[in-house]
Design a protein around this ligand. Structure first.
Ligand SMILES: [Zn+2]
Ligand SMILES: [Zn+2]
Ligand SMILES: [Zn+2]
Length: 241
């Protein structure tokens, strides 16, 4: 049985072409669809980007609320506008609206996962978002990524998080990853990064940033690779950046 394609629209393998494809044209960077990961409806690359987006949400939302606060407080006290009034919403700073939108998106995908999963899943908490919604999604990410909406979910969550971080960067966004000079042992390309843990108890991980590889190494695996490199006398080339 051949593996299904990644459901993210346009997800393709760089440099590989279907000559008969209508998508293939001058300047095409690759038009062979990338395979979905084992048991998932999207590829590892998109699954990992979705994981990053969900993991970044609690910190990002707190940051957006924080920077929106002075504007919200400086807003003239109004007895004519009530929360939920469209004029009131217009007066709210963009950062607060973005935080609302991020929370609503994730709650929506949690709900969709619960509704569409063949397994019985329980809601994180009766009150949306008060419960640990991001934590729930991290625990059930591969269930969600196996469902037919996974491609749309990945695009939506990743796009929203990237857009919000780009517009309202946090201090950590300036230095989100540590780039490593050790080439990825799987694909041989120099694109390994070490990502800081984004939630309590998350193990640190080293990840290949080449979308066609997207291999994730644990810190232990990475340390073992470095030890091998040192033993083989390639320390100069493989020393971490
Ligand atoms: Zn092509
Ligand atoms: Zn993909
Ligand atoms: Zn790689």
């Amino acid at each position: 049985m051949t593996q299904p394609d990644c459901l993210v629209p346009g997800c393709s393998v760089r440099g590989q072409h279907l000559t008969e494809s209508r998508a293939h044209a001058d300047g095409c960077r690759g038009c062979v669809p990338r395979e979905a990961a084992d048991g998932l409806a999207i590829c590892w690359w998109h699954r990992n980007r979705t994981l990053d987006a969900v993991a970044a949400l609690p910190g990002l939302v707190a940051h957006l609320r924080e920077i929106g606060k002075p504007y919200a407080q400086a807003r003239p006290a109004s007895d004519t506008l009530s929360p939920g009034d469209p004029a009131e919403r217009d007066a709210m700073p963009g950062a607060w609206l973005a935080a609302d939108s991020l929370e609503n998106s994730l709650v929506g995908w949690v709900r969709a996962t619960i509704e569409e999963s063949p397994t019985r899943l329980s809601w994180p908490d009766r009150r949306p978002w008060r419960g640990d919604v991001p934590g729930w999604m991290l625990d059930h990410l591969d269930t969600a990524c196996a469902l037919p909406f996974a491609g749309v979910m990945a695009v939506e969550l990743v796009t929203e998080v990237v857009a919000a971080r780009h517009r309202w960067p946090t201090a950590e966004d300036a230095e989100p990853v540590e780039r490593l000079s050790l080439p990825c042992p799987r694909c041989g390309l120099a694109g390994l990064v070490r990502r800081a843990p984004r939630w309590v108890a998350e193990p640190r991980r080293v990840e290949c940033t080449d979308p066609d590889c997207a291999r994730v190494y644990t810190e232990d695996e990475y340390d073992a690779l470095v030890a091998i490199a040192l033993r083989e006398g390639r320390a100069g080339r493989w020393r971490t950046a």
